[in-house]
Design a protein around this ligand. Structure first.
Ligand code: SF4
Ligand code: SF4
Ligand code: SF4
Length: 368
């Protein structure tokens, strides 16, 4: 298989991937307590924690260990807790749908939240830390990391994902023009194709590497990728210190031509980079550093832990606005989220500026 070594971890991983794919492709039912019950439904819920523990025991790089811990934590926070608290997500066409499935669905509230998060933090807001797919691929499928197909030939395959871009935004336009019929006439078929591609992709992991679907086939990869270019995210390179050793490029699971980008552009700004940070942490010369909204809004007076608590807690509470727009708790959560996003200074400066303008306008209308 692709010249790679077969290990016990790979054999177990291959069986788990087969089981995961079967949950959609070939549901297995058994009679339990007089009812037919699907026994391979949502295997992610036990496979991700199990393989996550294995990852934590075997991963050497501290940043990747942190990433795996966050993935397992976010898996429980978002995919178990929040989706139980907010079981239905609203869509722009006025409908609602199961939050668990709606998170990536075109036109849903979580979809727009993800778009904004990618603008601020880059594709890593989803594809590096938070997508259900990344949980699967960085835990269950991770044993096949060394099978990743790299080089110029495979790099060209990344263009397949632009088909997804056309489909996703074509459907979005359809939803706006004809919300009553868009799903039946187009959306349903589109999601069926995506789901088949998504689950079948687990079967090719042993031959292509764990992130091949993200690199080539994911319909959202192109949208997130464009926002990677348009938003605040990039990896800066101190080119004077680079020895062109190539370690960073060999480490990249997305097959990004890291050295070429450093040489030609002095930074990594690519539609494929999902912000795993491997290239940064493997570089012996400390050439590479993350750059995102925090470097633009230089008002960081929060510790990383406090900022993350504000972001996650604030966003959770802000979700209440959707359920009850008159609830003050939701707006307090939104303010909490904004202080996490921009730091105190900018948020309060913006609120003060707004308050001053409102007062001035009120004063003017009184004096007239
Ligand atoms: S590229 Fe697609 S499937 Fe992969 S992590 Fe990102 S959104 Fe998920
Ligand atoms: S690992 Fe560091 S020094 Fe080596 S090519 Fe990459 S950026 Fe340059
Ligand atoms: S370029 Fe660096 S941060 Fe981006 S995906 Fe590759 S290794 Fe990860």
């Amino acid at each position: 298989m692709n010249g790679q070594k077969i290990t016990p971890a790979k054999i177990i991983s291959a069986l788990a991937l087969l089981w995961l794919a079967s949950s959609f492709i070939y549901p297995v039912y058994l009679p339990i307590s007089g009812k037919m019950v699907q026994i391979n439904i949502y295997p992610e819920f036990y496979l991700i924690p199990l393989f996550g523990i294995w990852r934590l025991r075997t991963e050497k790089q501290p940043y990747q260990r942190t990433r795996v811990k966050w993935m397992i934590g976010l898996f429980f926070l978002y995919w178990v807790l929040i989706f139980n608290l907010f079981p239905q997500a609203p869509f722009i066409d006025g409908t609602t749908y199961t939050t668990y499935l709606a998170v990536h669905m075109v036109g849903s509230l979580p979809f727009f939240i993800l778009l904004a998060a990618v603008v601020f933090m880059g594709k890593r807001a989803d594809c590096g830390w938070n997508c259900p797919c990344v949980f699967d691929r960085e835990t269950i499928a991770f044993a096949f990391r060394d099978a990743t197909l790299k080089g110029d030939f495979w790099w060209r395959f990344r263009h397949i994902k632009w088909i997804g871009l056309v489909a996703v935004w074509g459907y979005f336009g359809y939803m706006l023009i004809d919300p009553a019929n868009a799903y039946q006439r187009f959306g349903e078929r589109m999601y069926t194709v995506i789901m088949w591609a998504y689950y079948l992709s687990f079967l090719i992991v042993p031959f292509t590497g764990h992130r091949s679907f993200c690199r080539w086939g994911c319909p959202w990869a192109a949208t997130w990728g464009l926002l990677n270019l348009a938003g605040f995210y990039k990896i800066k390179a101190d080119t004077a210190r680079c020895t062109d050793c190539g370690l960073c490029e060999r480490e990249c699971d997305m097959g990004v031509p890291v050295r070429k980008l450093i040489r030609e552009k002095g930074m990594i700004r690519s539609t494929e980079c999902m912000g795993c940070g491997r290239c940064i942490h493997v570089c012996p010369k400390g050439v590479l550093t993350f750059h995102d909204y925090k470097d633009v809004f230089k008002s960081r007076n929060l510790s990383p832990l406090e900022r993350n608590i504000r972001l996650a807690g604030g966003l959770t509470l802000a979700g209440l606005i959707v359920l009850d727009p008159t609830s003050p708790v939701g707006y307090i959560g939104l303010a909490f989220f904004l202080t996490g996003l921009f730091g105190y200074c900018l948020t309060y400066a913006a609120i003060n500026a707004l308050a001053t303008k409102v007062k001035a306008a009120a004063g003017r209308s009184k004096s007239q």
